[in-house]
Write a protein that binds this ligand. Structure first.
Ligand code: KG4
Ligand code: ZN
Length: 340
């Protein structure tokens, strides 16, 4: 008998992803097809195009994943798919495929909350124990959560306007950098001077753990308007570095407050975990790691591949829920909005 094996499908945004994971935390297959090339000409994700691309590629990825794991569908114990939140057309494609397999093979079906996938990833990558403090920063979400257990999340803070990844993407656009903006800004910032532009640091010093990024984006736009056109490579590098350093400082300030609240609930133990696409950012990781070390908390960041959208996190969240006896009915309806 093998440990529980779950096939996970992720189609809520612009990655079509399929993975097979087992309860011993082994990733038996992990396929991610990024659609960035398809959306790049539009400077952002076009939902209708995304849904069609998921439909075109999902079957092939499922076949590839089974081949990579060296098993057939008869070697799978349950099927999990992102059930939301996300772009509804894409979510429907993934949920329908999972339901189809579940129905044809008599397998349990799990509709996974995409945010729960990100939230539990550190348990797949590091075998981390509950509880922990999670900074979830992606293209669609910015949240500080206390993760007490599977399905037990307390939100300490969220963004009052743009998501962190959205701020990277919009600032990249202002700088004439390609989509997705996060990696492009990180690359440009490497040669830049983070002190050249003094940008406002939204929310720093304010009580609570909420974020705000839209003022920062506006400040970037105004600062750029004062520069002679066209922007030089130096201007772009310096602004990218200044923006990135400001975001890292804001996040460190919010996390410092969150750590204090976490410590009130859990005087010992715990960890600071960062997840979501923006967690791939090296400067941000470094600043959070310093903060955690100062607070005597271990710092845990899943590998980049598991930080951006992937099927393994969905399969893993499926495993976590299934071994607690949970599953979903085939009447599950995809949820464009689904708070944790
Ligand atoms: O988690 P994710 O793959 O998809 C969502 O669920 O949204 O996150 C994508 C976001 C994009 O906004 C992208 O610009 C950002 O993550 N991102 C980064 C980096 N890599 C991806 N932001 C900053 N630095 C990076 N290296
Ligand atoms: Zn995500």
């Amino acid at each position: 008998a093998h440990p529980l094996r779950v096939l996970g499908i992720e189609t809520s945004c612009d990655e079509t992803a399929v993975a097979i994971v087992d309860a011993d935390r082994r990733i038996l297959a992990d396929r991610v097809l990024s659609q960035t090339g398809v959306h790049a000409p539009y400077g952002g994700i076009v939902p209708e195009i995304a849904a069609r691309a998921h439909l075109d590629h999902l079957d092939g990825l499922i076949r590839d994943a089974l081949a990579e794991a060296g098993i057939g569908l008869d070697g799978i114990d349950a099927v999990a798919a992102t059930g939301g939140p996300g772009l509804i057309g894409g979510v429907m494609v993934g949920v329908m495929a999972a339901k189809g397999m579940a129905l044809a093979r008599g397998l349990p079906f799990l509709a996974v909350n995409h945010l729960e996938g990100h939230a539990l990833t550190a348990r797949l990558s590091h075998g981390l124990e509950f509880p922990y403090l999670l900074l979830l920063v992606s293209g669609g979400h910015t949240q500080l959560l206390v993760v007490e257990g599977v399905g037990r999340y307390t939100r300490l803070g969220t963004t009052i306007d743009d998501a962190a990844g959205e701020a990277f993407d919009k600032t990249a656009k202002l700088l004439g950098l390609p989509y997705p903006g996060g990696p492009a800004i990180e690359r440009a910032a490497r040669d830049g001077d983070p002190r050249r532009f003094a940008l406002p640091r939204p929310m720093i010093g304010r009580p609570g753990c909420d974020f705000s990024f839209s003022g920062l984006k506006t400040a970037v736009r105004h600062a750029l308007a004062d520069l002679p056109a066209p922007l030089s490579a130096r201007d772009v590098a310096d602004m990218a570095a200044s923006f990135q350093a400001t975001v890292a400082a804001v996040m460190a300030d919010r996390c410092r407050r969150a750590i204090a609240l976490f410590r009130d609930r859990h005087p010992t133990g715990g960890a600071l975990v960062v997840a979501g696409g923006v967690a791939a950012n090296t400067a941000l990781r470094a600043s959070l790691e310093r903060l955690a070390t100062d607070a005597d908390l271990p710092f845990v960041a899943p590998p980049h591949r598991l930080c951006t959208d992937n099927g393994a996190m969905i399969a893993w969240a499926g495993i976590e829920r299934f071994r607690l006896g949970q599953q979903d009915g085939l009447d599950f309806a995809p949820r464009p909005r689904w708070p944790l």
